[in-house]
Design a protein around this ligand. Structure first.
Ligand SMILES: Cc1ncc(COP(=O)(O)O)c(C=O)c1O
Length: 408
């Protein structure tokens, strides 16, 4: 049974800051003790490089590192461990896909179909892919609540030019869960590949890439209770086989010659030049085991419960405008009427409440929702309804004077 108090005990950040209400897990999540212990254990007991040492400690750590590919593959339903590429985070995964698409999968006149809801990491690389290939960017029309509409999406394929679809599974500002399975089905019917930004989805939902039939999925460990500096690119094996590494160097080549010829390692090692974030991989494994011990269905249900509860409470207040009523993944985005978002956040900060304000790296979203700056409260399994109640009480009593005082 889901027991939030027991879960809270697993997180040193919560034990060490008992009065803090942390509502910025969309930026990065707290880490449970088992993840921290694993990282410390690596440095205290297993500190060796992988695949490079002829001694026991290196063998041991290499094996755990290699085996973790299967842990990740099983976690997201990937067909085989070789479909899992270790990267430095969602941003580096998304760049790997887009840079390759620009070189290999796109040509002049093709269309990259995306949206104005995208995080910078899922749009700037596509701008570059368009520049490199001569393809053009097309945005799916959304209503003013940034709600995804499958009919509008399908219309975007009418000229048969869409070759790549790049969308999030969960928007980092709106918190909506996109209908990825249908998105992929329609794209494939029109011969397009689909790259999904899973940064805000994998930490909160049960994701099954085989069932979704998605071509690429990118995500970061640090948003899913794991260490920073490590991310995952899932790709269908035959697509990964066609792609080139972004970086070249040690570990990713089998041989090279004076004439510049490089014989790369097999997929996925060919993408992983240089010493990777070893402790990050070990910690990610623990984070996955931890999430699985709770159960991803329970994690998802709890995220929905918190979002629904928070939005319902906020909607009872006269001084608040909520922008994402349909949010389901623990993300609630709102403003206090007549108060600049950052001023409100400074006031909340003085009361021990951590939120994020601004455009949340989604710098085109204001064209859709017609608001530049918002307050985003993003939650994870360690947040509680009591925290929401305390925050809602603060919001109810927030005035412009209190906010200005806290800024001065
Ligand atoms: C939707 C989305 N995509 C991509 C990223 C980039 O993730 P990272 O900074 O871990 O590379 C983020 C980070 O906030 C995000 O929210």
């Amino acid at each position: 049974m889901f027991d939030v108090n027991k879960i809270r005990n697993d997180f040193p950040m919560i034990r060490n800051h008992p009065d803090l209400i942390y509502l910025d897990s969309g930026a990065t999540s707290f880490k449970p003790q088992c993840v921290i212990d694993e990282v410390v254990k690596y440095y205290e007991w297993e500190n060796a490089n992988i695949h490079r040492g002829d001694y026991d400690i290196s063998f041991r750590v290499s094996k755990i590192y290699d085996d973790t590919r299967k842990t990740v593959a099983d976690f997201i339903g990937a067909e085989r461990p070789e479909c899992i590429v270790y990267t430095y985070g969602a941003t580096s995964s998304l760049n790997t896909v887009a840079i390759n698409a620009g070189k290999k999968f796109l040509q002049k006149g093709d269309v990259i179909l995306t949206s104005q809801v995208e995080h910078a990491s899922d749009i700037l690389p596509w701008f570059k892919a368009a520049e490199a290939s001569g393809a053009e960017i097309r945005y799916i029309p959304f209503d003013e609540h940034a709600v995804f509409n499958l009919d509008e999406y399908e219309k975007c394929f009418s000229d048969n030019r869409v070759k790549i679809v790049a969308l999030p599974y969960v928007s980092n500002v709106m918190g909506y869960i996109y209908p990825v399975k249908e998105i992929v089905k329609i794209a494939h019917e029109h011969g397009a590949l689909v790259s999904i930004d899973g940064a805000q989805a994998v930490p909160h939902l049960k994701v099954d890439v085989s069932d979704l039939d998605v071509d690429f999925l990118s995500f970061s460990s640090h948003k899913m209770l794991g260490p920073a500096g490590i991310g995952i690119l899932y790709g269908k094996f035959d697509l990964l086989e066609q792609m080139d590494p972004i970086f070249y160097g040690g570990g990713s080549n089998a041989r090279f010659y004076e004439n510049g010829e490089i014989i790369l390692q097999k997929t996925p090692e060919k993408f992983e030049a240089g010493t990777p974030c070893i402790e990050g991989v070990l910690g990610l494994r623990k984070a996955i085991e931890y999430l699985e011990s709770i159960g991803m269905d329970e994690v998802m249900e709890y995220g929905i419960e918190l979002s629904d509860y928070f939005i319902e409470k906020l909607e009872q207040l006269d001084n608040v405008e909520v922008y994402n009523r349909g949010s389901k993944a623990g993300i609630v985005t709102f403003n206090l009427k007549g108060i600049f978002a950052q001023d409100a956040a400074s006031y909340f900060n003085r009361l021990g409440i951590s939120v994020r304000t601004g455009n949340h790296c989604a710098k085109l979203l204001h064209h859709v929702i017609h608001v530049n700056e918002t307050i985003r409260a993003s939650m994870h399994i360690y947040n509680t309804k009591e925290e929401i109640d305390r925050f809602v009480d603060v919001i109810r009593d927030t005035t412009i004077e209190k906010c200005v005082d806290s800024v001065l």
